[in-house]
Design a protein around this ligand. Structure first.
Ligand code: PLP
Length: 374
């Protein structure tokens, strides 16, 4: 599904030297790479503050902690996402309120958010799933009207953009009050271990986020609030500083692969290729198709026999996970989420796919579909 080895080979001299430098310095925690990377990422994203942290899940948790919510407060999000988005809500004893997604974009159906708002709604967490931005302009309009903070889960869409109706284009993650991302190795901007970051343009929020990520302290050993320990380390930051200038190129390579797939599959009645919304620059963290009138298990089985990797993201939507049993949400009405769960399939997508590999994957995929549709 991903090929990090070939990507590493291309930057090996820089990475090896940078890592050796960190080891020689023995500045493993903190250190200048962390500082510099934060500034460089803030410049890239066009945000005022970047607070590095240990992983994307922590980023989301710290973002929610900074809002000072109380048990039972409601957070609107989607069930069609990686579990981390929802897990942090439950972990903080808040209440996840699920809205459905759009079948074409796989992202939050913004029209259904208004109806989900109650006096207890204290945050909205849109997820830029698979690399495509949620339709942020109407979402911000609803959120602003009710004075509800928006926390973007940008773990899958770093490098992507959203374009407002006046033509203004903004990087995802820098649109809501707070943005969160992950540098998990397979993400669009991945490090060589775990890493994450939180973004905001608000000075006060930034100070609070920093404090929470650092044991609730501003001054060493004087702890004002209950926080946690969540740091990006110097080695990961060193790798990220080498990869950040390549991010746009990485995103383009992913889009090129997606173009190839789109073109190969466009006329097949059993395949719906991923829709690219006008307002979004899609950076294809995943290339996810919908299969129609075809047995997905059989497709996966036959693909595996032909050495074509495929994955289901995600086989069980969050609202049906046992983790959320106590919320009694397994049977709520999310028709699109439930429909997608049964028909999506993702093909390999990364920065190193060759024309040969794309040809092999697409021709085999089409043969399998052809065979099963008879
Ligand atoms: C990867 C991911 C996360 C969590 O990131 P980690 O660094 O693995 O903790 C959160 N949300 C989404 C949508 C993700 O894809």
């Amino acid at each position: 599904m991903v090929d990090l080895k070939r990507q590493y080979q291309k930057i090996k001299p820089q990475v090896d030297a940078a890592l050796q430098e960190v080891i020689d310095s023995t500045m493993f925690i903190g250190g200048e790479n962390v500082q510099k990377f934060s500034t460089e990422l803030a410049d890239y994203l066009g945000v005022k503050h970047v607070i590095p942290c240990a992983n994307g899940t922590d980023a989301l948790q710290i973002a929610l902690m900074s809002l000072g919510l109380k048990e039972g407060d409601e957070v609107i999000t989607t069930s069609y996402t990686f579990i981390a988005t929802v897990e942090v809500i439950a972990f903080l004893k808040l209440k996840p309120v699920f809205v459905d997604v759009d079948a074409d974009t796989f992202t939050m159906n913004v029209d259904s958010v208004a109806a989900a708002i109650t006096p207890n709604t204290k945050a909205i967490v849109p997820v830029h799933l698979y690399g495509q931005s949620v339709d942020m302009e109407p979402l911000l309009a609803i959120a602003d009207k009710h004075n509800i903070p928006v926390i973007e889960d940008n773990a899958q869409a770093i490098g992507g953009t959203y374009t407002f109706s006046d033509g203004k284009t903004v990087k995802t993650g820098g649109i809501g009050l707070i943005g969160c991302t992950s540098f998990f190795p397979s993400k669009n901007l991945g490090c060589y271990g775990d890493g994450g970051a939180i973004f905001t343009n608000d000075d006060e929020v930034a100070a609070k986020l920093r404090m929470i990520a650092n044991h609730g302290q501003n001054k060493r050993y004087y702890h004002e609030i209950v926080g946690c320990n969540s740091r990006l380390d110097n080695m990961q930051a060193a790798v990220l500083r080498i990869k950040l200038p390549l991010l746009d190129e990485y995103c383009r390579a992913r889009r090129d692969a997606a173009d190839y797939y789109d073109n190969a599959f466009k006329d097949n009645p059993n395949i719906i290729t991923p829709h690219r919304a006008d307002y979004s620059y899609h950076v294809f963290h995943q290339y996810t198709l919908q299969l129609k009138n075809i047995d997905r298990d059989e497709v996966q089985k036959l693909l595996a026999e032909r050495d074509v990797p495929s994955m289901i993201y995600y086989p069980v939507p969050c609202h049906k996970q046992n983790m959320l049993k106590e919320y009694n949400v397994a049977d709520i009405d999310l028709p699109v989420t439930n429909m997608l769960q049964d028909c999506v399939i993702s093909l390999p997508i990364h920065t190193e796919l060759t024309q040969e590999e794309l040809k092999y994957i697409t021709s085999n995929f089409l043969e399998v579909i052809d065979q099963l549709s008879k």
